[in-house]
Design a protein around this ligand. Structure first.
Ligand code: NAG
Ligand code: NAG
Ligand code: NAG
Ligand code: NAG
Ligand code: ZN
Length: 368
């Protein structure tokens, strides 16, 4: 009977419209969410709660840190239950407050993978082998400040006060990680937008990522940190004197991802290290992740390339997310297949499972 139930389950997965029709009539709350608008922090927090409620079998909320102003930093952990030891994908958005397209992308990304795995065996397999850890807004204080009024819209840093004797607030969190900290492309003036803090991981937000990812670093295959703007895929390192051991592969995979991005709406993304295609820097989370041994570490600089800059109009949210999703998916798939290449071809597995299910169901229906 157990085998029969299992096979019926597989059968209904393959032919979903045969299964309980009531399921199809169920519309979850998060289906009504408008992914093509910018949302203030309270709405994003509610959305996270709703997503977890709507997908209790695959999504959990993990609180893993606190901001300077004592707000909770949370991520969505997304994956299918599996007995085997899983690998993981990291994605954080909103480390820089004003880059509003980034949190919009993280939300879109979550929506997409949750929709896709139900019908796409490849995504189902990837969610079986890997957990996705997605932080929609890392710099919560800064993001909220950027929503305050039109004089704070372009705030970049977090909200912690400068060292004594300095009258400005805010550390650039993407200069605060412990990777060649303070050596190049930073400022020690606390009023600067690239103030790197008083010491490596002096900031609670950078600590949160460092401790969470660092404590399971061997699990992570990819580390994506999402920014705007510039239409770039940046690979380690920001420091011109160091080269990632897998630099060639990072560039090759990045270029192929840029091709996938271009196919969607024709948008051109440039691939390279920060000193090669932007400017040298140090203390970024991308560099830190690569130094920890996470092989595929990328910064995405989303649209645009200067026309609207950080104030990307809402009508560009959809195309920006659609194209960047394909780029991220390419890298994720590459990393997955490289790690799990021993597994039987997914399409063949699915076909066999389906045929077996059909045969068994027919047989059992006739004889029960
Ligand atoms: C900011 O908002 C104020 C009040 O709503 C308005 O008077 C002012 O023109 C705005 N400034 C800019 C730069 O948009
Ligand atoms: C810095 O933040 C504090 C609150 O933490 C605020 O009272 C102060 O006005 C801010 N300073 C500046 C220069 O914005
Ligand atoms: C890179 O190495 C060169 C040669 O050793 C040195 O002169 C330069 O200061 C280094 N750059 C940085 C940013 O440390
Ligand atoms: C900006 O991006 C658009 C769309 O991809 C492209 O047509 C244009 O050439 C780019 N401009 C620059 C200055 O890179
Ligand atoms: Zn940024």
């Amino acid at each position: 009977a157990k085998v029969y139930l299992y096979l019926m389950d597989v059968f209904y997965k393959v032919f979903p419209d045969v299964s309980e029709v009531s399921n199809n009539e169920f519309i979850s709350q998060s289906d009504n969410y408008d992914y093509y608008k910018y949302h203030p922090m309270p709405e994003i927090t509610n959305w996270m709660t709703q997503i977890a409620k709507d997908h209790p079998d695959v999504v959990t909320i993990v609180d893993y840190g606190q901001t300077y102003e004592k707000r909770t930093i949370s991520l969505l952990k997304i994956g299918l239950n599996s007995e085997a030891k899983k690998k993981a994908i990291w994605m954080d958005c909103g480390i820089h407050a004003r880059e509003w397209i980034a949190p919009a992308f993280c939300q879109y990304f979550v929506k997409q993978i949750l929709q896709t795995y139900k019908t796409d065996p490849k995504m189902e397999k990837m969610m079986m082998n890997m957990d996705f850890y997605v932080t929609p807004v890392l710099n919560v204080d800064g993001y909220m400040y950027s929503w305050q009024d039109n004089t704070t819209r372009l705030w970049r840093k977090n909200m912690s006060p400068g060292p004594s004797g300095c009258n400005c607030n805010g550390t650039d969190l993407n200069r605060n990680f412990n990777a060649n900290w303070g050596t190049i492309g930073v400022s020690f003036d606390c009023c600067s937008n690239t103030f790197c803090g008083s010491s490596p991981i002096s900031e609670t937000e950078a600590q949160a990522v460092t401790y969470f990812v660092g404590s399971r670093k061997e699990d992570f295959l990819c580390f994506f940190t999402i920014h705007s703007y510039g239409q770039l895929l940046l690979v380690p390192y920001g420091h011109p004197n160091f080269t990632a051991p897998n630099y060639n592969e990072l560039i090759e995979v990045g270029l192929a991802a840029a091709d996938e991005i271009k196919k969607v709406h024709g948008t051109h993304y440039t691939v390279g290290t920060p000193p090669d295609v932007l400017y040298a820097n140090s203390g970024s989370s991308r560099d830190w992740a690569r130094q920890q041994g996470i092989p595929f570490s990328y910064t995405f600089e989303l649209r645009d390339n200067g026309t609207f800059g950080f104030e990307l109009p809402e009508d560009q949210i959809k195309p920006s997310c659609e194209e960047a999703y394909e780029g991220a998916l390419y890298i994720i798939t590459y990393a997955h297949d490289k790690t799990f290449s021993g597994a039987m071809n997914t399409a063949a597995t699915a076909l066999w499972t389906m045929l077996l299910a059909v045969v068994y169901c027919t047989f059992l229906k006739a004889y029960l």
